[in-house]
Design a protein around this ligand. Structure first.
Ligand code: MN
Length: 202
């Protein structure tokens, strides 16, 4: 089993200022994300040796695995799908956006998803492998509400820890800025990987 590792940010801590300040990014990446990595590794290790007849212990470890592994995966995607400079959609992702009603409609839906999350969670863009289409959705916390069989291609963190230092309670300002700085080239690359694996398995 591979030990999970905290990935380096693909840009400097101050590269996303002013809409994502350096102090927030240090806390978010170095503290929050690191904690998810460490706790996911601990849960995975404990699950290798837990006594399955100890139902309460098992359930607690499983909940820790889902929450922390989900947190690690989502944050790893999130850092990669942000760009210091705006990037326009091109290639396959542009075609899929057109099929979904156009980039403006998808951005509006993703904004609605981000604003609609109750409490802590994420707005997500996923490629649904059943309908073979881009779909906008929400993830509650790190692991609930997501449709099995759809692959995440872009995610926006709307936990308060992502924006509260700079934006206070103005989630809308954070969501607007984050969506303006989605790295559509990185998202296109992820979409290519998903569709290539689908083609290989069909
Ligand atoms: Mn976060």
């Amino acid at each position: 089993m591979t030990q999970l590792v905290l990935p380096e940010l693909p840009y400097a801590y101050d590269a996303l200022e002013p809409w994502c300040d350096s102090e927030t990014l240090h806390l978010h990446h170095d503290k929050h994300h690191r904690a998810y990595v460490d706790k996911a590794n601990a849960a995975l290790e404990e699950l290798r040796i837990v006594d399955p007849s100890d139902a309460a212990r098992y359930a607690g470890l499983e909940a820790a695995r889902e929450f922390n592994l989900g947190g690690h995966v989502l944050h790893s995607l999130f850092w990669e799908n942000l760009s210091p400079e705006p990037v326009r959609p091109a290639g396959a992702v542009a075609e899929h956006l057109d099929a979904a009603g156009g980039v403006d409609r998808v951005r509006s839906l993703l904004t609605a998803a981000c604003m609609g999350v109750q409490g802590s969670g994420w707005g997500v863009l996923a490629f649904d492998t059943a309908s073979r289409s881009l779909q906008v959705g929400m993830v509650h916390d790190h692991h609930a509400q997501h449709v099995p069989g759809s692959d995440l291609v872009a995610v926006v963190d709307v936990w308060e820890h992502a924006y509260y230092l700079s934006h206070r309670n103005d989630r809308a300002a954070w969501v607007s800025a984050a969506i303006d700085h989605l790295d559509w080239a990185a998202i296109d690359g992820r979409l290519d990987a998903v569709t290539a694996s689908l083609a290989a398995s069909s």
